[in-house]
Design a protein around this ligand. Sequence first.
Ligand code: NDP
Ligand code: 8X3
Length: 251
Amino acid sequence: MSKTVFITGATSGFGLATAKRFDAEGWQTVISGRRTERLDRLKEELSNPCHAITLDVTDKAAVNAAVAALPAAFAPIDVLVNNAGLALGLGGADEADIEDWEQMVETNIMGLLYTTRAVLPQMVANGYGHVVNLGSMAGYWPYPGANVYGATKAFVRQFSFNLRADLVAKNIHVTDIEPGLAESEFSEVRFKGDKEKAAGVYKDVDPLTPTDIADAVFWSATRPKNVNINRIEMMAGAQAFSPLNVVRGMT
Ligand code: NDP
Ligand code: 8X3
């Protein structure tokens, strides 16, 4: 019987590429996101059985209802990919929009928690499951303007480890994928539709692609039972570390 992967945020970027990757390997998919048209289009493209759910992960009741209403053929979920997420703004903490902060916390933290909590019981009852979370290198490496976005991804990282600690005896595997610079709609969302500014982020560099991330998700979710990949940190070939910032002339 073919396995089932549930992907949040499958309408774009990493989630879309991940759905295609699992489908290409013969998996059934449950794809979700807020944009129904895009889900419908993706479903058309996939070869294996696919269940599409228009879903905002910040809506706890809707998440619970969607998981409870999964058609029998799509349950239990073998792999949950908590991918839905976003960054909003790149300004300093003293000038950031508090509503942007709220939306990042509600989506990247609360949405991930609602989905995980809704799906876990069926994995435990099934005696196996794998939760793959989309963290970020911003959850570990600070940079100016990452303030709340980076902090939400630090949450994702630590929650991933703690999930694993809780559920190891129940045969639940957990992986935190932590990409760096990767081209998707991410920057367009961050800059609120400013396509030119978003394009500037990827100008003259060869960033990671959604396919690169989908490879890492698929690989980590298909290791043998005796292997758990705790975390994968990925950076673009043109991205690396820089010296700590020392501001001169402050005394
Ligand atoms: P995209 O903007 O291309 O995709 C984001 C996806 O999240 C979309 O499918 C969107 O679907 C979905 N989403 C956003 N808000 C919600 C919501 N409230 N409910 C349901 N779905 C939602 O970005 P990426 O593919 O790049 O990002 C995917 C994940 O990877 C995010 O968690 C991001 O933080 C993380 N990441 C991105 C990096 C990058 O550089 N691109 C690097 C490291 C991590 P819809 O709008 O249809 O709801
Ligand atoms: C997204 C990568 O570098 O924009 O998580 O924070 S970065």
